[in-house]
Each structure stands twice: as structure tokens, then as C-alpha cells.
Design a binder for this molecule. Structure first.
Ligand code: ZN
Length: 300
């Protein structure tokens, strides 16, 4: 029986980590992977972000590559089972690492990766990365932070296969300094990146509450019938409403507190927004969101 233990050990070291990713068909041409609406940790291993594949008939375009090499590989494998097509382009919606640490998997295949010019200035490629410090080492194996191969600083329309893709950069700082969204006019599908959250509290740290609300107003003009955010499961035409309501209610309450002459600590105590208390990540993010927004709004 002495041989059983070494055999088990060699099996566990040999069997590579696999993400149990579950592809969800959103429209006839769009399939997405929805992560848990929670912070990256050792139980979700970075499967806490949404990524999508657009079928152009001749190839796939990937919206966000996910949080690690193995995440990107698992999503790719799942898509090849549905329909074997090469990936022609990867688009990164913004610089936060849960959305693009999977780039290395596609770069290895020679796929072009496109992101906003913000990647030149604000992508953090420190080692260890934020994801790396929070997930299990097995899940991070193979991940090499890989920046987009091309960056854009203005809107762009691409024709790939049977799809037209409109890449639209937000004018002002919103969730990040330069958020990029992708719109498919034929099916009125919007990939909103982290301008849209659902099922959890959005993260405002490093963003701008005014710019974000303006960005959502701007996106409303697209009349999208399907809206896929960077986190959360909702994808109908009203999927942007939770984020917009959260931000506008917070701004109204903070402005009122500033008007009453309240300081930052008193404002944090006051702006509890109980309607959002049951959402995931309220305890970890809400306070910081109020604080960050107060520091912006006090200068108005
Ligand atoms: Zn983000």
C-alpha cells in the first residue's frame, strides 16, 4: 500500500488546474462566461469577471480575456467545443487586471489584442499582480501580464466577418481613466465593460462618479437591447439601471451632505444607502465609494 500516496501526489501535481466555466448563449452570435459577483479569492480563483465571444462566422472576437492564462484557455476550449473557429481579435475594455491577464494565452497564438491608450499609462504590470496575490497559485500558472498589442485613442469601427463592431471610448474618466465599450449595431448588443455592474456593488475607487454617470447617459443613446456588463448576470436592456441608480442616488446624498456642511466621516456615516445593503460586496466597497466620491464632489 506504500505506493498509493506517492501515486496520488504525482497525479495531483500532474493534473493542471481547470476552471469550470459555463458558456451562456446571450444572442445567436454572442456567448459569455459570467463570473461570481464577488472579489477575487481562492475559491473563485479569478472567475469573478464576465468575458464574451462574438461569432463573426469566420472567427471569434473576444471581449476581455479574463483574469489568468488558464481562465482564457478554459473559455477558449469551451468555445471550440461549441463551434471550432479561430480567435481573430481580443478587445480589452479597461486596465483592471481581472479583465486582461488572460491576454498572454491569445498572444501566444499570435492574436491581435486591442485596448485603449490608457494601457500605455495606467496598466499595472507589477509582479505579483493583484490577481496573483488573491487566487491559488495553481490557478495562476502560465499567466504573464501581456499588454494589448495595439492601443487606440479614438473611436473605431471594425468589420470582421459578418459583424460590424463599433468601439467607443468614453470621453471622461468614468470607472477607469479610459473605458472602452463595444457595440454591435445589427443586434443592438452593448459590451459595457465595468461601466455596468449587477448583483454586487460597483467599485468607484480610481474612477469618477460624474464621468461615470455621464458615460451611462451617453450609452443610453445607443438604445441597446442587450447590455453585458463586466460583472453580474443581468443582460437585458435595463441592465445598466442598477449601476446608474446607485451612482446618482449616492451623488445626490453626498451633495446634500456637503451642502449641510458635513465632513467626510459624518458623510460616510450618513450615506448608507440601505437599499443596496443586501448586495454582495457592500461591506467591502460602499464606504470607499462614498469616500472617493466625497473627495471629488467637495470641489464642485
Ligand atoms: Zn474594473
Amino acid at each position: 500500500m506504500r505506493w498509493i500516496l506517492p501515486l496520488l501526489i504525482s497525479f495531483t501535481t500532474l493534473s493542471a488546474f481547470e476552471f469550470a466555466l459555463n458558456p451562456q448563449r446571450i444572442t445567436p452570435e454572442v456567448t459569455c462566461f459570467f463570473g461570481e459577483p464577488e472579489v477575487m479569492n481562492k475559491s473563485n480563483n479569478g472567475n469573478m469577471v464576465n468575458t464574451c465571444y462574438i461569432n463573426t462566422k469566420k472567427s471569434y472576437v473576444v471581449i476581455d480575456s479574463g483574469s489568468s492564462y488558464l481562465y482564457a484557455k478554459s473559455a477558449y476550449k469551451a468555445m471550440q467545443k461549441i463551434k471550432p473557429l479561430p480567435v481573430e481579435l481580443v478587445i480589452n475594455t479597461h486596465v483592471h487586471d481581472d479583465h486582461w491577464l488572460g491576454n498572454g494565452f491569445f498572444a501566444q497564438k499570435g492574436v491581435m489584442v486591442l485596448g485603449s491608450v490608457d494601457f500605455v499609462h495606467n496598466a499595472i504590470i507589477d509582479s505579483p499582480s493583484r490577481i496573483q496575490t488573491h487566487i491559488s497559485p495553481e490557478a495562476y500558472v502560465g499567466t504573464i501580464p501581456t499588454l494589448p498589442t495595439e492601443t487606440i485613442s479614438s473611436d473605431k469601427t471594425l468589420k470582421i466577418g459578418e459583424q460590424e463592431l463599433k468601439l467607443h471610448l468614453m470621453e471622461k474618466k468614468a470607472h477607469s481613466a479610459k473605458d472602452l465599450v463595444v457595440f454591435l449595431p445589427k443586434s443592438r448588443t452593448l459590451f459595457a465593460g465595468d461601466l455596468v455592474f449587477n448583483d454586487r456593488v460597483p467599485s468607484l475607487v480610481g474612477g469618477d462618479i460624474n464621468g461615470w454617470i455621464d458615460a451611462l447617459d451617453d450609452l443610453k443613446k445607443l438604445n441597446a437591447t442587450t447590455i453585458i456588463g463586466g460583472h453580474g448576470f443581468r443582460t437585458d436592456k435595463k441592465a445598466a439601471e442598477m449601476t446608474r441608480n446607485y451612482l446618482t442616488e449616492m451623488r445626490t446624498e453626498i451633495r446634500a451632505a456637503i451642502g449641510e456642511g458635513l465632513g467626510i466621516d459624518e458623510t460616510i456615516k450618513k450615506v448608507q444607502m440601505p437599499a443596496y445593503q443586501s448586495l454582495k460586496m457592500y461591506d467591502t466597497l460602499h464606504r470607499g465609494n462614498v469616500e472617493a466620491s466625497y473627495r471629488m464632489l467637495e470641489w464642485e
